[in-house]
Write a protein that binds this ligand. Structure first.
Ligand SMILES: C[S@@+](CC[C@H](N)C(=O)[O-])C[C@H]1O[C@@H](n2cnc3c(N)ncnc32)[C@H](O)[C@@H]1O
Length: 210
């Protein structure tokens, strides 16, 4: 897959994807409850860590902005899809001085230790080089929080749907996180299940790289 397919897919579907967040009960009825669960888990871990600066990689329409800004946490959201950035900037406007949004992809993350936590929700699903992304996030922040879909029937259906539009979707088994962390100079701090949908994983710099 070229990352261009991933970027253009969400550029064209920004409105539809953002709408998943408009009603939690409706999202849950449609089987999309894990979207809300992963937000809450990411916010809980970030607050527990006492973070003050967060990098939100693939921020989409910015569903993390409000809960993080409500805790006084500064957020930099990045996304390469222009239509998503438009929505994210609308959301960011409610939190002046606390949330900023930049049009760029994870490949353009060059910051080192600028943030306390780097978060990527719903991004590793579509990335063919997960260790490269994880390592880049681990340089930007000592703590990384990310969601990973599990293999299974639901993921296979997504593979068919997205595959028809040139976007590959990747599943991650539980056993893979430790290896992925080690390949990225990180270690696994916690693995939190999202039901059958997947996991939210908290990585931190390993003792060797701290
Ligand atoms: C499934 S959406 C998730 C959005 C948001 N994190 C959320 O939880 O609602 C995936 C997002 O990744 C973005 N994306 C695509 N290519 C990317 C890249 N190279 N770097 C960072 N984000 C990317 C898409 O534009 C899209 O907004």
């Amino acid at each position: 897959m070229s990352s261009g397919d991933f970027e253009t897919y969400f550029n064209r579907r920004a409105t539809r994807f953002a709408a998943f967040y408009s009603s939690e009960p409706v999202a849950r009825a449609l089987g999309r409850g894990p979207l809300f669960d992963r937000l809450r888990l990411a916010v809980d871990i970030t607050v527990t860590l006492g973070a003050s600066r967060v990098l939100d990689v693939g921020c989409g329409s910015g569903p993390l902005f409000a809960p993080l800004a409500a805790q006084g946490i500064h957020v930099t959201g990045i996304d390469p899809a222009e239509a998503m950035v438009v929505k994210a900037r609308e959301e960011a406007a409610s939190f002046p001085g606390l949330v900023e949004v930049e049009l760029r992809g994870w490949q353009q993350v060059t910051e080192v230790d600028v943030y306390d936590v780097a978060i990527a929700l719903g991004v590793f699903d579509y990335v063919g080089e997960p260790a490269t992304l994880l390592a880049q996030m681990g340089r930007a922040a000592a703590n990384v929080i990310a969601s990973f879909p599990s293999p299974g029937i639901r993921l296979n259906l997504r593979k068919i749907r997205y595959g028809a539009r040139g976007v590959q979707v990747h599943g991650y088994v539980l056993d893979r996180f430790a290896r992925l962390a080690a390949d990225s100079g990180l270690e696994v701090a916690a693995v939190l299940p999202l039901g059958r949908a997947g996991h939210v994983v908290h990585f931190r710099r390993s003792a060797l790289t701290r």
